[in-house]
Design a protein around this ligand. Structure first.
Ligand code: ATP
Ligand code: MG
Length: 356
């Protein structure tokens, strides 16, 4: 019997609504597989907690999370709480403290009807973005000089360490090799004359160890064009923190929107827990209405199961997502249906089974 301890941070807005459905899926798997069990501990952290206590999470929150096998997060964000507070004091804090330096964001078109790119099919849009998740443009380094004065100057410095750059690029090469796919690096060496020139150098150096992996290198502006005109060029993509953030939202845009986009924050060495979350935020406009799409959050469960080494179940969850999105009768309004969040989850667990 294998047991996995999961910390739940449902968070704000639609976060708790979609996490409920993800947990439902894990509980259904536990019932179907006598060799697997999951235990859940919930932490009430997020912006509502901040408004009550002045803190996004407990002071010793990181220590409380440390012994878990995974963290399952809904979303944090609330009108009235500045985004940089909710982001820095919870999400980015967990990512940094637990050295979750790999952000895995699949961009996969599940149903041709969901893409605004008229001529593209499911085969054309299927790639994995591996985003550097621990430093780069989001390192938090910078300053405001002469604040508020006419001569004010603001600095926001990207930080690219050799260790940090090599490890993400090596991880991406390993992934490309393992899955027999090409690797595309997205950077901006012509304009960012320190950081991105360095990035491109590391791609070349590390690439020498992987002569079997076909490598492409695009500027982020050109890549943005190709993501729309020729998404079939991309298989495994490796890029920096900021560029990865932007192009994965573009990826969501060409595959059906935020209701389907998932992201795993992974510490590959398993020194610390990894964190699984839908890419979307708290979506205050639809919170409490029971219409949030839970599929992104359920997809995070699939990534979590893969990470636990339970790939059969990870695949079963993904296959069920594919089937549901193809059938289209049980979908939330963002995908053109009229089902409620809970009904999608219930219908999901009825369909879920191991096929292999
Ligand atoms: P936050 O401040 O927490 O980032 P946000 O206002 O930026 O929240 P997001 O969740 O990032 O909102 O998404 C933007 C919009 O996309 C939402 O306002 C909502 O309309 C839609 N959306 C996002 N996630 C979902 C979902 N799971 N189901 C349905 N619609 C969604
Ligand atoms: Mg947002």
């Amino acid at each position: 019997m294998k047991n996995f301890d999961i910390a739940l941070i449902p968070g704000d807005g639609i976060g708790p609504e979609v996490v409920t459905e993800g947990v439902k899926v894990l509980k259904a798997i536990e019932k179907m597989d006598t060799k697997l069990s999951f235990s859940f501990t919930e932490f009430p952290w997020g912006c509502e907690h901040y408004l009550k206590t002045g803190k996004m999470m407990d002071d010793d929150g990181i220590n409380k999370l440390r012994h878990f096998d995974a963290i399952y997060l809904g979303a944090v964000g609330y009108p009235g709480v500045p985004d940089h507070i909710s982001l820095w004091e919870l999400l980015l804090r967990i990512r940094k403290e637990f050295d979750q330096y790999v952000n895995l964001r699949p961009v996969t078109l599940l149903n041709q009807s969901l893409t605004p790119l008229k001529s593209k099919t499911e085969e054309d849009i299927d790639f994995l973005v591996i985003r550097e998740n621990s430093e780069g443009e989001y390192a938090g380094a910078g300053d405001r000089l002469f604040k508020g004065q006419p001569e004010e100057v603001v600095l926001q410095t990207g930080v690219f360490s050799r260790k940090g750059t090599e490890r993400i690029i090596r991880y991406a090469y390993e992934e490309a090799r393992k899955s027999n796919r090409t690797l595309t690096s997205i950077s901006k060496g012509n304009a960012l004359n320190y950081s991105m020139v360095f990035w491109d150098e590391v791609i070349e150096e590390v690439g020498k160890e992987y002569p079997d992996v076909e490598t492409y290198s695009y500027l982020v502006d050109a890549a943005s064009l190709y993501l729309v005109s020729d998404p079939e060029r991309f298989e495994v993509v490796v890029t920096s923190n900021l560029f990865g953030d932007i192009i994965t939202d573009l990826g969501a845009g060409i595959t059906g929107g935020l209701g389907l986009a998932t992201g795993a924050n992974v510490n590959p060495e398993k020194q610390y827990p990894s964190m699984f979350e839908p890419v979307h935020g708290s979506a205050p406009d639809i919170a409490g209405k029971g219409i949030a799409n839970p599929i992104a959050a359920i997809w995070s469960v699939s990534q979590m199961l893969d990470f636990f080494g339970e790939e059969r179940w990870g695949k079963a969850v993904l296959t069920t997502i594919q089937d549901m999105v193809k059938e289209t009768e049980m979908l939330t309004p963002d995908l053109g249906g009229n089902a409620a969040t809970g009904d999608v989850g219930d219908s999901f667990i009825e369909k879920l089974k191991i096929t292999a």
